[in-house]
Design a protein around this ligand. Structure first.
Ligand code: C2E
Ligand code: MG
Ligand code: MG
Length: 564
């Protein structure tokens, strides 16, 4: 008998409470608390952790049924064994109480032998429940694998005790888990991960592999590195492990599977890396790399990791800079190839920091990944429209259009055209002062909004340019579908064109397409006199390149002769 068990005796009859208390004490149970009605019982339950309750049915203020109902409706009280106390004549009430969740009953007057047996049984039940609860504090209920804290602790312990041994962490991510969870429900997803855990345990049988469930959709294994040698061989991994995991899991009449959605990241200890948590984080990172690169397996690579971390650090800074309006617009003049006369501009964003200028090549992809690009584009459109408005005010003859880069995500936003038209109105600008640039990536996928933005803007006089032509993956047929005003031919066709005969043939062919579809051409990245000559021979229209002008801030642009 657990003598430290604490017991609540609830009865309105003082004699009954006294008898029970005395008998319990005789059994060695010293912690007995009394309550004389249901309400008081509930108050006591809030104050103490009871291991058992002896509960009378008929009581004033609040009867035993009500107490029972309230206790069983709360998760934290569900597992306190409750023995109902009833008079012999009310034995039917006991049935009702059992239905409401009572564990057992005792009839008055008390039979000491029965009382002892029932109290002992209830306390054993409570103890078993405690043991189970403690087990599931450390182990996942569904897979019976260690939870993260235990897994990390065990790995740390092994690493500490075996400082000269190389350990490996294998991090499996089951993307199918979330698909199942969203489509057929949480239960199916749990069944699926259980199936995966069984297969992994079968594959890595033995004491040398330690398993943990580290997330809903992730199972990790650690071991001494050489134990998992066959795993390190990717072909073996795919043949042995993934094949096994591909066994259909049948759940009633449904079949769950999804090998193609399983990825593995691997990280080994190095002399410098002796921290379990870090090792696991690295293997999880490797797994993300595998997912991002469409591979099944990836090893941890410190270089990639550091770059990714640096990128994450950059994001809040970029957000702040955008909020503080620290990003500035540069403008690059675009000229007529034959005369060098300025015809138009492209606005290019710049991020000045204490350590120098961060190039858009670095932060635009980050903004695209994080969604910040929509705010960034808004900022650019607002600044550029205001700048054109200002130039027009200062120079009544100002006649240049300015190109703005608009991200693919923004082209797919149904609000884009409305936003642009508002900005034009706000700055009193006719549409032809703006040239919005789009890359081919905007034309892949769902293009309904892209098309409507395109049409509305073009109908309002805004010119639309296809940027970086020749670098995307879209099929050429979109050129027939979308009547672009301008084709910006990417720098790749110009680099080394002086010596590259293929490029010398390709450029005029591209220019021919541009002409036959009535698009004006801009050739990007022209850096030398020779390149200018070649472009002119091929009859290109406009040139954007360092040979003529570099992108510059407004105060430099204002010095140009066109503003004099
Ligand atoms: P892009 O739209 O194709 O812009 C042309 C890029 O070529 C600019 O790079 C420009 O500085 C560079 N360039 C111009 N002439 C030459 C040349 O002769 N030689 C070489 N090597 N480069 C030349 P930048 O400013 O670094 O911008 C890179 C890309 O970042 C842009 O490519 C564009 O995709 C994106 N970007 C720049 N500003 C913005 C912006 O305001 N919003 C958005 N969404 N994207 C922007
Ligand atoms: Mg551009
Ligand atoms: Mg470009």
């Amino acid at each position: 008998m657990n003598e430290d068990a604490s017991i609540l005796v609830v009865d309105d009859n003082e004699d009954n409470r006294y008898t029970l208390k005395r008998r319990l004490k005789r059994m060695g149970l010293k912690k007995v608390v009394e309550a004389e009605n249901g309400q008081e019982a509930l108050n006591q339950v809030e104050l103490h952790d009871f291991d058992m309750i002896l509960l009378d049915i008929m009581m004033p203020i609040m009867d035993g049924y009500e107490v029972l109902k309230r206790l069983r409706s709360e998760k934290r009280f569900l597992n306190i064994p409750i023995i109902m106390i009833s008079a012999l004549s009310d034995v039917e009430d006991v049935v009702k109480a059992i239905d409401l969740g009572a564990d057992d009953y005792l009839l008055k007057p008390f039979n000491p032998v029965l009382l002892r047996a029932k109290v002992e049984a209830s306390l054993v039940k409570k103890r078993l429940f405690e043991i189970e609860k403690n087990f599931y504090r450390d182990y996942d209920e569904c897979t019976q694998l260690a939870k993260p804290d235990l897994f990390v602790g065990s790995l740390d312990g092994e690493m500490r005790n075996n400082p000269d041994t190389t350990f490996a962490v294998y991090y499996f991510k089951f993307t199918t888990y979330h698909q199942l969870s969203q489509s057929t429900g949480h239960e199916d997803a749990e069944k699926y991960i259980k199936h995966c855990s069984v297969i992994l345990k079968k594959t890595f049988a033995g004491e040398n592999y330690y398993f943990g469930r580290l997330a809903d959709d992730a199972i990790a294994i650690f071991s001494i590195a050489k134990e998992c040698h066959f795993l390190i061989d990717q072909i073996n991994f795919e043949q042995q492990v993934l094949k096994l995991l591909d066994e259909p899991v049948s759940n009633n009449d449904k079949t769950l599977r999804g090998t193609s959605q399983i990825h593995l990241g691997i990280c080994l200890t190095t002399p410098k890396l002796h921290n379990g948590e870090q090792l696991i984080a690295n293997s999880a990172f490797a797994c993300e790399t595998a997912i991002n690169n469409n591979k099944k397996v990836a090893y941890y690579d410190q270089d990639t990791h550091e770059k990714t971390l640096a990128k994450f650090k950059l994001e809040p800074k970029l957000k702040q800079a955008l909020f503080d309006k620290k990003l500035v617009m540069y403008y690059q003049p675009i000229v007529l190839g034959t005369t060098g006369e300025i015809k138009t501009f492209e606005a290019l964003i710049r991020w000045p920091t204490e350590t120098g200028m961060i190039s858009p090549g670095e932060f635009i992809p980050l903004a695209e990944e994080t969604g910040l690009i929509l705010d960034l584009d808004d900022y650019v459109m607002t600044s550029v429209c205001a700048q054109i408005g200002l130039w027009r005010k200062q120079h009544p003859n100002f006649k240049f259009s300015v190109g703005i880069n608009i991200s693919a995500r923004h082209w797919a936003d149904s609000q884009l055209s409305e936003k642009v038209l508002k900005l034009l109105a706000l700055n009193d600008l006719p549409g032809h002062f703006l040239k919005l640039e789009m890359t081919e990536s905007a034309l892949v996928g769902d293009i309904k909004s892209v098309r409507s933005n395109f049409e509305v803007l073009q109908n309002n006089g805004v010119q639309i340019a296809l940027d970086d032509f020749g670098t995307g993956y879209a099929s050429l047929s979109y050129l027939l579908d979308f009547p672009f005003n301008v084709l910006k031919i990417d720098r790749v066709f110009i680099v080394d064109i002086e010596t590259d005969e293929q490029k010398q043939k390709l450029l005029p062919a591209i220019l021919q397409i541009s002409k036959s579809l009535n698009m004006e051409s801009i050739i990007e990245g022209v850096e030398t006199k020779e390149q200018v000559d070649i472009v002119n021979q091929c009859k290109g229209d406009l040139i954007q390149g360092f040979y003529f002008y570099k992108p510059s801030p407004v105060d430099v642009i204002n010095q140009l002769s066109i503003f004099k």
